[in-house]
Design a protein around this ligand. Structure first.
Ligand code: ADE
Length: 251
């Protein structure tokens, strides 16, 4: 039986998804609340990942081992590294890398110990479903219509676009242009940064659980990132996350 784990990187987003659950029950363990129920007849378990690589890896391990999820969807926000990305754009990760993993000289930079890999890629079927869902939301402008004209002006958003590419994760909040430049010199292909995706991907890979990671750009990972991030997360990103989940659970 299929059971879908839904991890959200923001408590506000979790609240929105939990409000969709039928036959809801709750289990509290390890400072996390797991919400069980159904959405569109799919069995789901919804939980706030908590922030950072250790916390999110722990949460996803618990979802797999204790709740027997058979696939995982992760939504949240990210800081833009690629200069073509704007606040409100959506990145679907086709590869994930831990930018702070460095066991040189005994291994290559970014190599995950014992896996012999530097990047992890979600399975094609999950990735294709996510790309199709986000494309549909963008095509019919469902996301942008969640915002008031004032919010659109505030975040200079006229339209969202979707980009598929590399997401980098690490225990670091990017809050200066210097940070961003430094990352680009070591990982020029990275589209955006966050603090959980690649560690969640590692656990899913090790347990053979199909997964997909979808991120809405909340800031430009520069000197304004703290202000943009807080405003955007509260006002917009969590609502985008809920729409993405709703769409994916129709597929
Ligand atoms: N998540 C959202 N914005 C971020 C940033 N600037 N750095 C790291 N993680 C983020």
């Amino acid at each position: 039986m299929k059971r879908i784990g839904i991890l959200g990187a923001m408590p506000e987003e979790i609240n929105g998804i939990v409000s969709l659950l039928k036959d809801k029950t709750e289990v509290v363990k390890g400072m996390r609340t797991y919400y069980l129920g159904t959405i569109n007849d799919f069995e789901v378990v919804v939980v706030f990942s908590r922030w950072g690589k250790v916390a999110s890896a722990t949460t996803v391990t618990h979802l797999i081992v204790e709740f027997g999820i058979t696939e995982l969807i992760f939504t949240g926000v990210a800081g833009a590294i690629n200069s073509d990305l704007n606040i409100g754009d959506i990145v679907v990760a086709n590869s994930l890398i831990q930018h702070d993993l460095d066991a040189r000289p005994i291994m290559n930079r970014f190599e995950i110990p014992l896996l012999g890999k530097t990047i992890l890629c979600p399975p094609k079927e999950m990735l294709d479903k996510a790309i199709q869902s986000v494309n549909e939301l963008i095509r019919d402008e469902s996301l942008i219509h969640l915002l008031s004209p004032k919010q659109r002006e505030m975040f200079s958003m006229s339209k969202s676009k979707m980009v598929v590419g590399q997401v980098a994760s690490g225990d670091h909040f990017f809050a200066s242009s210097e940070d961003k430049e430094n990352l680009l010199t070591i990982l020029p292909e990275v589209l955006c940064v966050e603090m959980e995706g690649a560690s969640v991907a590692q656990v899913c890979f090790e347990y053979n659980i199909p997964y997909v990671i979808i991120r809405t750009i909340s800031d430009e990972a520069n000197d304004n990132s703290v202000v943009d991030f807080k405003e955007f997360v509260f006002q917009v990103a969590s609502r985008f996350g809920v729409e993405i989940i709703k769409k994916l659970l129709k597929k």
